[in-house]
Write a protein that binds this ligand. Structure first.
Ligand code: ARG
Length: 458
């Protein structure tokens, strides 16, 4: 008979069991479910709702169940629907009918909300560390590339040269905000819903704060209906995870481009690439592509959860069982990507000469010629027009700015003098951007120092 079978006159259709059961995926929550039950049962005894002796029996039994599940020795069945009822059934098998006292003053509705929060807390700690590792790999590449100049792009057209270290640091700060978002979400995740019961609270004189403290929560959910029926903490996580994935994905796109023969700016280590079954010469950036590709699932999980919640009346609805797979999948997907990312970045070979050569063969120092003329008191708009003419001349002549002789320059403006060659060199162009946050070497060094302080604090 089902744990809830009292008011039923016949068994459920087999297809219904299969369709409604969540044990296939919510068994991931087993250790958290038992952790919550241990705190709950201790509280029941403390509040004299059950005897100390019964509580001790139940606790002991729960620990045995935990061991058996961990060792793969416990049979988890669809008959028992979900992890909560499976654990309760295993407990009763272990300690007898007294195990049936565990669920006093509790519902699966507050129980599952609790388990989800405990699971997510655990995931947040791991993800935070993995993000830090990724940041540090980017930071290390930044430090190694404080003299590496490459074209910076807008519209994927060469725009102005930047330091590769500057480019790496851009992602360090993106991931910093991602990490701060995860950390900030902690205070909303870390509230205990236990005691909300099915929806209205409970008639037993329980102590919600005691359970919350036992489980290291910062506090309790203030409203029982809210506690069992919202999953905004899941949505918030999925949203933060989506942003992390989008940031990873953009970097992946750059890695894929940079490793192409067309760019040839980096080479990913063999250990992080794969080959082709047909074309012997191929070395494919599969990891980067797949991290980019999996962004679709992560964003999909966010949209899925939002859509599931949008029409639900208070309080708990079975629809909410759909909160799990998307969250688990997102955590696993992100852990996998982040764990690979740090060593992939760390071992990446940066082809400094190729980057430099690309800068030497473009017009990304044109702004500096205009700025030079502005320094000689020509209004910027006029300087822009003059340099546009110079660039057009160069394109027609198949030359770059630094190929022009001084007399050629002077045909366009008599303000140009012999010092122009120093001004237009790639290094000078980079170091001219000496504004806070800019790409000049000393400004990138400032960013690196800032990052070091952030790492220490996290
Ligand atoms: N398996 C359910 C879920 O994941 C647990 C809560 C079920 N509650 C209920 N009243 N049917 O949401």
């Amino acid at each position: 008979m089902k744990l809830w079978g009292g008011r039923f006159t016949k068994p459920t259709n087999e297809l219904v069991d299969e369709y409604t059961a969540s044990i296939r995926f919510d068994q991931k929550l087993a250790q958290f479910d038992i952790q919550g039950s241990l705190a709950h049962v201790e509280m029941l005894a403390k509040c004299n709702i059950i005897s100390d002796e019964d509580a001790a029996t139940i606790s002991k039994g729960l620990k045995v169940v935990a061991q058996k599940i961990n060792a793969g020795e416990a049979e988890l069945t669809e008959d028992n629907e979900d992890i909560h009822m499976n654990v309760e059934k295993l407990l009763i098998d272990e300690v007898g009918p007294v195990g049936g006292k565990l669920h006093t003053g509790r519902s699966r509705n507050d129980q599952v909300a609790l388990d989800m929060r405990l699971y997510l807390r655990d995931a947040l700690i791991t993800l935070n560390q993995l993000l830090l590792n990724v940041q540090q790999s980017l930071y290390t590449q930044a430090k190694d590339n404080l003299d590496t100049v490459l074209p910076g792009y807008t519209h994927l057209q060469r725009a102005q040269p930047v330091l590769f270290g500057h480019h790496m640091m851009a992602y360090v700060f993106m991931f910093q905000r991602d990490m701060e978002r995860l950390q900030d979400s902690w205070k909303r995740v870390n509230q205990s819903p236990l005691g909300a019961g099915a929806l209205a609270g409970t008639s037993f004189p329980i102590d919600r704060h005691f359970v919350a403290e036992k489980l290291n929560f910062d506090g309790i959910c203030d409203n029982s209906l809210d506690a069992v029926s919202d999953r905004d903490f899941v949505v918030e996580f999925l949203s933060n995870a989506s942003l992390i994935s989008v940031h990873l994905s953009r970097l992946c796109e750059e890695l894929v481009q940079w490793s192409s023969a067309e760019f040839n700016f980096v080479e990913l280590d063999d250990a992080f690439c794969t080959g082709s079954s047909m074309m012997p010469q191929k070395k494919n950036p599969d990891v980067a592509e797949l991290v980019r590709g999996k962004t679709g699932r992560v964003v999909g999980n966010l949209i899925g959860m939002l859509t599931t919640l949008k029409g639900l009346p208070l309080a708990y609805n079975k629809d909410m069982q759909e909160d799990k797979e998307g969250m688990f999948d997102t955590v696993e997907t992100l852990k996998g990507a982040l764990a690979l990312f740090a060593p992939m970045i760390e071992t990446m070979d940066v082809k400094k000469e190729n980057m430099y050569e690309a800068v030497a063969k473009d017009y990304s120092n044109a702004t500096d010629l205009a700025d030079y003329l502005v320094g000689k008191d020509l209004p910027f708009r006029e300087a822009h027009a003059v340099v546009g003419q110079v660039v057009l001349h160069c394109i027609n002549e198949n030359k770059y700015l630094l190929d022009l002789k001084l007399e050629e320059f002077q045909e366009f403006s008599s303000l140009i003098e012999g010092d122009i060659y120093d001004v237009l060199s790639p290094k000078a162009v980079v170091n001219a951007r000496n504004v806070a946050g800019g790409t000049a070497r000393n400004r990138v060094e400032e960013q690196i120092e800032k990052a070091e302080k952030l790492f220490e604090a996290s």
